[in-house]
Design a protein around this ligand. Sequence first.
Ligand code: MN
Length: 232
Amino acid sequence: MTNTTKLLFPAPRITTVPTTGDDLFPVRRIFCIGKNYADHIKEMGGALGETQSVFFMKPTDSVICPTAKAPNVAYPPATTDLHYEAEIVLALGSGGRNISEADAMNHVYGVALGCDMTRRDLQFVARDSGAPWDLAKAFDESAVMGSIKPGNDLPADLSFALSVNGEQRQQTTVGKMMLSAPAIIAKLSQFFELKAGDLVYTGTPEGVGPLVRGDEVEITGDGLPSLAFTVA
Ligand code: MN
């Protein structure tokens, strides 16, 4: 009997997201905000006056970074209503607690485009029964990510859009977020000690809709690496 201990099985692979340089961004946690664009709240049947921001999380290993050589994102089991949600994603290079809005963007290493894949049918079941959103939001390959562009510049007129099979379905600008990027970081840091490696999905605008196998999705944004994938 030796005094050494060993791992019972190989340690889980570290999840990484490519950057536009040679570096890989190691992912720690994935925070998401729901109900952050007024027109999306309306299309979901929500009332603006009573709306509170909703925060939820996805598991780190739900990240998938499609490439031209490996473009597939799996259609998940247990749904017949998979939806796309194009979003701006913040990649934190540092963190802290009780971060001020004025300081928040200093913690952003870079910005990417992402797609918050959603089992809309199960989200409505959860909504109507008061249950958590995990089954609707936190499944394998639900956090689709493009490459991260280093830098924390996120102007209000930065436009991003999503198309399915070449037809545009979503388009908005960052300035239409109800909680701005710095406000989201500040708010999250009141509940969690944010750390380097944390990702923040900042919410989706109106125009969400279903995907079927074979659909080709493309998300583009001003000055950001585009994200293209095929539902498989
Ligand atoms: Mn979303």
